[in-house]
Ligand binder design. Structure first.
Ligand code: HEM
Length: 124
């Protein structure tokens, strides 16, 4: 079966989606405090590689395991990542994909895929 990665349009679509996604994330005060001091070019490259792999594209991800990569992250208030933060991130991903014309079926599949990472992201 054709991968989600191919169905959304492969590398150019993934690049555009992740760039738009991080523009949304960085302009949202509910979550942008986690990204203070993060090299966003490097972060976008890691996220593109992760999501490419997770959606069935080539596997060039060399970043950390998600649980390891998120367990010590804190926002400005000193709080870790909770379910509400994950909800917001998934919403921004869906909105970015929608703005780029990705179909509802693929958006739903990607949201479901992100959902499977929730307990690792919240370290629960
Ligand atoms: C919903 C699913 C999520 C996925 C698939 C995901 C994916 C990733 C990946 C692949 C990395 C790179 C790991 C590495 O450093 O090697 C990363 C880092 C990071 N993530 Fe997430 N993430 C998710 C949710 C979140 C949420 C909800 C937040 C906070 C609101 C968040 C904040 C961060 C930050 C700040 C980094 C950078 C850490 C650093 O460089 O020090 N992530 N994420």
């Amino acid at each position: 079966m054709t991968s989600i990665y191919e169905r959304i349009g492969g590398e150019p679509a993934m690049n555009a989606a992740v760039d738009l996604f991080y523009r949304k994330v960085l302009s949202d005060d509910r979550v942008n405090g986690f990204f203070d001091g993060v090299d966003m070019e490097n972060q976008a490259a890691k996220q593109k590689a992760f999501l490419t792999m997770a959606t069935g594209g080539p596997n060039n991800y060399t970043g950390k395991e998600l649980r390891e990569g998120h367990k010590n992250l804190k926002n400005k208030e000193g709080n870790g990542i909770n379910d509400e933060h994950v909800n917001i991130i998934i919403q921004h991903a869906g909105a970015a994909l929608q703005e780029l014309g990705v179909g509802e079926a693929e958006i739903g599949e990607i949201a479901a895929l992100l959902e499977t990472t929730r307990s690792d992201i919240t370290n629960s």
